[in-house]
Ligand binder design. Structure first.
Ligand SMILES: [Zn+2]
Length: 64
């Protein structure tokens, strides 16, 4: 989920729609955009993952 915005000079900025951070400015190629987007470690997703893990851990503790 990324939003790409084209600049006046033809390059792109790309923004993560989960955490609303602009993760790249003035990127000139599609390949570079994809690379930056793939490498983005989204804080929103990391947080959701952590909460999921915590819940799972609680569930296990309750079983024992
Ligand atoms: Zn993000």
């Amino acid at each position: 989920m990324y939003q790409r915005i084209q600049n006046d000079n033809g390059s792109y900025n790309t923004r993560c729609l989960d955490c609303f951070l602009t993760i790249a400015f003035s990127v000139e190629s599609e390949e570079e955009l994809e690379r930056v987007e793939t490498q983005h470690l989204c804080p929103e997703k990391v947080l959701a993952q952590l909460l999921a893990w915590e819940k799972a851990a609680e569930g296990h503790a309750a079983c024992n």
